[in-house]
Structure formats: structure tokens, C-alpha cells
Design a binder for this molecule. Sequence first.
Ligand code: NAD
Length: 347
Amino acid sequence: MHFLVTGHTGFKGAWLSLILASRGHDVSGIALDPLPGGVFERAQVTEVLRDDLRIDIRDAQALKDAVTGVGADVVLHLAAQPLVRESYRIPRETYETNAMGTYNVLEAIAATPQTQADVIITTDKVYRNVGQLEGYVESDSLGGDDPYSASKAMADILTQSWVKSFPGVPTAIARAGNVIGGGDVSKDRLVVDLVNGFASGEPVHIRMPDAVRPWQHVLDCLSGYLSVADALLAGEGTGAWNFGPDPGDAHTVRELADTGTAWWGDGAAWVDDSGDHPHEAALLTLDPTKAQTAFGWRNAVPFPASLEWTLQWEKAVRGGADARQATLDQINAFISLTADAPWLGRF
Ligand SMILES: NC(=O)c1ccc[n+]([C@@H]2O[C@H](COP(=O)([O-])OP(=O)(O)OC[C@H]3O[C@@H](n4cnc5c(N)ncnc54)[C@H](O)[C@@H]3O)[C@@H](O)[C@H]2O)c1
């Protein structure tokens, strides 16, 4: 099967491309150039790709030409400006990329006769945050106070509208939470900051130690996306799907930082830097019951293993281990853990 991954040069996209290629599929990608030092570059993911295209998804015509040219069976749309704090700095670019970029992707897919299914990736932050303790379910209202959350809620709503207005290629929406894993180099992500601090011997400044987050290993998130793609190919699975740990498995930033410093050792430390920072949602968890019931999907690497896998990858690769092999080793370990998972049957 031939997969097109948008955002393949990013953190999740690079892992996804390696999973699919390691299972014998053709993988093509559309994205901007990778950030230096990330998993795409370190694991030399470009070598496993059929087409590695660098196109801005805001350019509708160039994107349509590329998507129709690739002619993939399945499209997974991950390309986005994915950072809340960055969205305050570049709100227009965030809206254009996340909202209209998604529109352009849907339009390009509609012009591609080979495509049988597509999964549009949004986020847990699409939910209108009413501070509830229970996890959000797929039918809860969407909203978004900061430009990133609003732009992804727009992408989510426009996809729902697209499906109703222009039915054609089976389409689903996947919403996941705070994903962690080796080789993420994005700005302002807690685990990235922690690892960089640990590696340099500097104490890490933490903005919101009491915020609760549903940490999830990247492989669990991606197995969710592939479960949806699998269902779409079987004629089911349209609509929106949450992929997160069980709501009881959400943890505070403080807990994660403490666990990380203890695991890393070597003088790793963090300091509380609560202060005057741009607004970020304080409490947000997802209820994944719908995907668990429909697909038999489960989070297989619960906290703190999800953090340990991440730190193991970083420590090994920063210590000179082969990044492609480190990534494939974790993919294979994950596949053994989820040997009876339905998505593996097809992929
Ligand atoms: N990492 C998380 O914790 C998390 C949580 C929820 C949702 N998400 C979503 O998952 C997806 C992937 O996130 P990630 O963490 O891998 O982000 P990332 O920043 O590592 O990767 C983003 C990718 O999008 C591409 N991209 C950005 N702007 C583009 C443009 N204008 N045209 C073409 N490509 C463009 C980049 O080149 C890169 O390949 C995003 O849609 C993000 O919103 C991520």
C-alpha cells in the first residue's frame, strides 16, 4: 500500500514514515524542510521514502499537483504549525497553515482518484476547555482560546463540514494529546526542554508544574492513527476519534519532571518558573473509550514507561547510537507489545 504523510519531516511524521516503511509499505511525504537534529534527520528517514517533497501546504496549486502526482492509497495529514506559544508570535501563519492548509489538503485528496482513505490529525486542544475533570468525549463542543487551539478547531470543523458537503473519500479526524518520544526538537515542549537541560547539565525551568497532561508515547498515538486508517479501508471509522491514555493516567508536569530527573541521573535538575506566561490550558484530558470499543485500540506504553522510552532513545542517540536502529528497535518493541492489535493485521 502507498501512504502519503504530510508533515513527514516533523517528529510524529518521521516516526510514522519509519513504521510504515519498516512494514513494507511505500511512503511519500509532503512538508517543509526538517528542523536540524530531529528524528527525521538523525534517522535519515529520507532514505526510506518513495517521494520526499518539500511543499508549503498553503500553496493550494502546488499542493494539489504534488498530491495528485503521488497518487497515494491513504493520506495521513499531520503538517501543521503545532505550537501554542509560537501561535501567539505568528497567528496569521498558524491559521493559514492549520486551517486553510487542511482545506487545501482535502481539496487535493478529492482530486486524487487513487486515494481510498484519509485521516486528518487535529489535537486534544480542539475541545472547548471548561476545566472539567472527566476526559473530553468526541461529541463535546469545540473551541480554542489561543490561536493554535482555535486554528486546529477550525481545521476539525472544516473537515466535518467537508465530509458532509463534498462526500467522497472516506475521512476521519484523529485527536491526541501531549505526545512524547525520541527525536522531538520543537521549541517549548516540556520533554524536549528537559532532555536538552539534562544533556547540557543545566537545571530546566518549568512554567506550569501543576498543569495536568495526558502524556502519550508517539507510538501509541500513531497506532491510533493507523487504527482509524484501517477502519476506513474496511468501510468504517469516519468521524472523530480521541487517542489518549485512560483519563486516570494523566499526570502533572511536576511528576513528569521528577520522574525524568530521577531516571536520567547525572545531576539532572529542574526549577519552578511559574510566572507571567501566555495563557495555556491548565487541565485537559481525553476520553478514548470510543476508539477502545470500536477498534480494540489501547495505549500500550503507559506512564512512566512512555517517558523512559523517550529518555532511553535520547540518551542512546546523544551517546552515539545509530538513530535509525534506535527508532526501529522501539517500533519493534512496540509491535511485540501490541501483537494482537487489529491495525497490525492490515499494516
Ligand atoms: N506533538 C504533540 O504533542 C501534538 C499534540 C497534539 C497534536 N499534534 C499534531 O500532530 C501533528 C504533528 O505534530 P508534530 O509534533 O510532529 O509537529 P512537528 O513540528 O514536529 O512537525 C510539523 C510538520 O509539519 C510541517 N509543516 C509545518 N508547516 C507547514 C507548511 N506550511 N507546509 C507544509 N508542511 C508544513 C513541518 O515541515 C513538519 O514536517 C500536527 O498536526 C500537530 O498539530 C501534535
